[in-house]
Design a protein around this ligand. Structure first.
Ligand code: SF4
Length: 500
């Protein structure tokens, strides 16, 4: 069995994953990939998944060993933000051609590309991603990376995630394995503190972690490494010296959290920064873990004081939106923690939730939804585009919160829509993030454009148009007729101009 197959089998057999534990040995071997639906998009490949997890490490050069299209498809397709370096957004690829493949030039080209990046950009590390083509032709990226690291004196990290080995989620986990194998624990920090934590699976989309970090700063808690959002290579390399960790997106990096606990005794919990209650609960859990690891117990009281103060401020700000949003109906077509974590705060200010999608939710997520709504009627597993369109065009919701994929269904149904997934442009984490979400809902629902788009189109005003067009015996029958009739209008005013 190849080293990659051994790694994949190990990743599939994740003891920290509750869903995985409930499977028998045979089902476990198949992993979590769902069978593809004919006609539906297949979703990202493992290379894409690994790139999503690692690209937000901002000072690293990410080099894709592949024909051009792999990088073209996956480059910068998420809104992670950096507070400093911009190298991560520069696209590097070996751009393998047919001739390179036929002539067996792949490994040589990769080595040259690593040298070029080192000489021109001098990054603290280079991450090299394998893809379908380079794996199929047998390029040994591990050997090339090892040789380049020795020759150029900088870490060159192989990320072995060819597209054909499984799903995007598998790629997320293989990215975590690459960090464990080649990065974390390779640098000893000289500033270890009793309140150092890691945040795992936080991508800093639209800079939303910057709404949470000031809360931790006020408690004297230092984020040693946020993996991967706005991360620096050296922070991740020394992440093994943190005292505790919070796992934000469990499906992506649960293997990383579990193995860091086993190897370096870093306890972790799963939490969320979406919604007021969850942000408070996450802060409590962080404080508790740090105290369990030897921190001063007064941290717990300080955390409670901060929570009380921040919650009061957030609820006061949210209350201001009640008169404008009370009774408005929201359809949540997202998944995971967002399917329930924002619901409580929305309901608290009088917004009605007409449904929430649980397609990507875990068993615990579904339990939480049941507790909030006291029934299962508000959950829907998945809705086809047609069903979604019918629901929205019949006016059963005032706004849909979802990802970009369903954006045009809402717009076609002339219904306000707000992006709540990874391509969003506004930060929604923490207390301030929840207020921002409600503000954006308010702006979207009350945008005057909806009044205009819901008005009948000009060609639907047939009787009025007949009156406006002198000499027209019968109104325009088709759009083509209407356009022709409209074109006559400037001609009339032009002739008036000439006669003067
Ligand atoms: S790695 Fe394979 S599946 Fe993924 S983008 Fe490249 S060619 Fe496509």
């Amino acid at each position: 069995m190849s080293p990659l197959s051994i790694k994949i089998n190990a990743v599939f057999d994740e003891p920290a994953c509750e869903k995985n534990r409930s499977k028998d040995a045979k089902a476990r071997q198949k992993g979590c990939s769902k069978p593809l639906t004919p006609g539906a998009a297949a979703g990202g490949c493992p290379f894409d998944g690994a790139k999503i997890v690692l690209q937000p490490i901002t000072d690293v050069a990410h080099l894709i060993h592949a024909p051009l299209a792999c990088e073209g498809n996956s480059w910068d397709n998420r809104g992670a933000a950096s507070s400093g370096p911009t190298l991560w957004r520069t696209s590097f690829t070996t751009d393998l051609t047919e001739l390179d493949v036929v002539m067996g030039q792949g490994e040589r080209k990769l080595f040259r590309a690593i040298r070029e990046i080192k000489e021109q950009y001098a990054p603290p590390a280079i991450f090299v991603y394998s893809t379908c083509v380079t794996a199929l032709i047998g390029d040994d990226i591990e050997a090339v990376c090892k040789r380049a690291a020795e020759k150029f004196g900088l870490p060159v990290v192989p990320v072995n995630t060819p597209g054909f080995v499984g799903s995007k989620n598998l790629g997320n986990k293989l990215a975590g394995e690459a960090l464990l194998d080649h990065v974390i624990g390779t640098v000893e920090p000289d500033n270890i503190g009793p309140y150092d934590i890691n945040i795992l699976g936080e991508f800093n989309l639209s800079g939303e972690f910057w709404l949470v970090k000031p809360l931790l700063d006020r408690l004297g808690i230092r984020v040693r490494a946020c993996i991967p959002g706005d991360a620096r290579y050296l922070d991740i390399a020394s992440a093994h010296r943190a005292r505790a960790a919070m796992l934000v997106c469990s499906t992506a990096l649960i293997n990383l959290a579990r193995k860091m606990e086993e190897r370096w005794d870093i306890p972790f919990f799963e939490g969320s920064f979406y919604g007021i209650t969850d942000t408070s609960e996450a802060l409590r859990q962080i404080a508790k873990l740090l105290v369990n690891k030897g921190g001063d117990p007064e941290l717990i009281q300080r955390t409670e004081t901060l929570i009380e103060k921040e919650e009061a401020i957030a609820w006061k700000k949210l209350e201001a939106y009640r008169p404008r949003l009370e009774g408005k109906r929201v359809l949540l077509n997202t998944g995971g923690v967002k399917s329930w974590s924002v619901v409580h705060a929305l309901m608290e200010i009088g917004i009605e939730i007409v449904g929430t999608s649980v397609k990507k939710s875990t068993v615990e997520d579904k339990e939480r939804i049941k507790q909030i709504f006291k029934d299962e009627n508000h959950m829907f597993e998945s809705m086809s585009a047609r069903e979604l369109y019918d629901m929205l065009s019949e006016g059963n919701a005032d706004i849909m919160l979802s990802g970009g994929r369903t954006q045009f269904i809402a717009l076609k149904a002339k219904t306000p829509w707000l992006d709540i997934n990874q391509e969003r442009h506004h930060p929604y984490a923490g207390y301030d993030g929840m207020v921002e979400l409600v503000r954006q809902i308010d702006l979207a629902i009350h945008n005057p454009i909806w009044r205009q788009v819901r008005e009948p189109a000009p060609w639907e005003y047939q009787p009025a148009l007949e009156e406006e067009l002198p000499g027209t015996q019968s109104g325009p029958e088709t759009l083509h007729d209407f356009e022709r009739a409209s074109l006559q209008q400037p001609a009339v005013s032009a002739s008036v101009e000439v006669s003067r």
